[in-house]
Design a protein around this ligand. Structure first.
Ligand code: MF3
Ligand code: CO
Ligand code: CO
Length: 315
């Protein structure tokens, strides 16, 4: 039989494939039907050699694996995103309005020849999301003046030469209280733990599991209704990246995937409410919520952040 080892697996889900491979003994006949021992056949190459993942992932999941040109473009947009967040951070103090954050982001983005992705996206009226205290995400900039002890997430998505990069950080205004310090630290730690699972052969479920386990272990909760996402050529591409889940479940990570991890972590319960503006998402119990987001590339070696920063810096 001349079946190429990996062919038999491509119609399986990857968790099925893992199961087959884990159950096959080294000296058993190879499940690909080659007639050789498993250890002399598919065990050697993990069953993925020769698979056209670009085609398979597009057909099966609508996931667009990125070319080197795409990656370079997204990385450039990512550098701009990080410069934008650094600029915002340098201007944040007590008394600054969220509208002023919008002006800073909008003007800086335009000055670099880029376009703010949020502006007019599905009717969103501003160029950045500014989510204060109990706001989970999609806070709309306005007249609100930041106060001592507030936390504010600033989420930017520049489009540069047609490429999107998506990143956010939560900042302290003045002196944080204990609750603020805790939720921002836990949110940052969950992003770091999620990123640590990004490597070929791991699954999206591995990422979600690591995030959920840490957040809940710290007595916090994970928002379910908003998730990470593929990004790069569009703002929101497949797949959805859940911030909760089970080890080994979900789509297998392969080189060329670009997606965000952006866990929204609440100090109290996970339940949310959307305000009458149809955008602002708040915790139902009024507890604090924090978030950090990066755009990540799966590489042969593991992971490269296209919006690099150390989530734990300064915490
Ligand atoms: N930047 C957000 C994300 O991480 C999406 C904001 S959509 C907007 O996916 F319309 F509110 F800007
Ligand atoms: Co995002
Ligand atoms: Co974002």
């Amino acid at each position: 039989m001349s079946a190429f080892c990996s062919e038999i697996f491509v119609n399986f889900s990857f968790s099925d494939k893992r199961l087959v491979m884990e159950k096959t003994g080294r000296n058993d006949p190879c499940p690909c039907g080659s007639g050789r021992k498993y250890k002399k056949c598919c065990m050697k190459n993990d069953g993925t050699a020769g698979v056209d993942f670009k085609r398979l992932y597009l057909q099966k999941y609508r996931i667009r694996l990125k070319s080197q040109k795409d990656i370079d473009g997204i990385a450039q947009a990512g550098r701009l995103a990080m410069e934008t967040l650094d600029l915002v951070e340098s201007r944040l103090t007590i008394g600054v309005s969220t509208e002023e954050i919008n002006t800073i982001v909008h003007e800086f983005t335009i000055s670099r020849g880029a376009v703010p992705g949020p502006l007019n996206y599905r009717g969103y009226p501003k160029s950045v999301c500014t989510s204060v205290n109990e706001v989970i995400c999609h806070g709309i900039p306005g007249p609100y003046l930041l106060r001592d002890g507030d936390i504010v997430n600033v989420d930017v998505t520049p489009i540069l030469n047609g490429y999107y990069a998506d990143a956010s950080k939560t900042f302290f205004i003045g002196t944080p209280g204990r609750d603020a310090e805790k939720i921002v630290r836990v949110a940052a730690e969950t992003l770091a733990r999620g990123i640590s699972k990004v490597k070929p052969g791991n699954t999206l479920g591995d990422i979600g599991h690591a995030i959920q386990r840490h957040a809940e272990g710290q007595g916090c909760s994970v928002v379910r209704e908003f998730v990470g996402h593929g990004v790069g050529v569009d703002f929101h591409e497949p797949p959805q990246v859940l911030h909760y889940g089970r080890k080994g479940e979900g789509i297998m990570l392969v080189p060329g995937m670009v997606f965000t991890i952006e866990p929204m972590i609440n100090l109290g319960a996970k339940d949310l409410q959307i305000l009458d503006d149809d955008w602002t998402v708040v915790t139902r119990d009024g507890s604090l919520s924090a978030q950090f987001e990066q755009t990540l590339l799966v590489t042969e070696e593991g992971c490269r952040s296209l919006t690099p920063f150390d989530p734990l810096a300064g915490l």
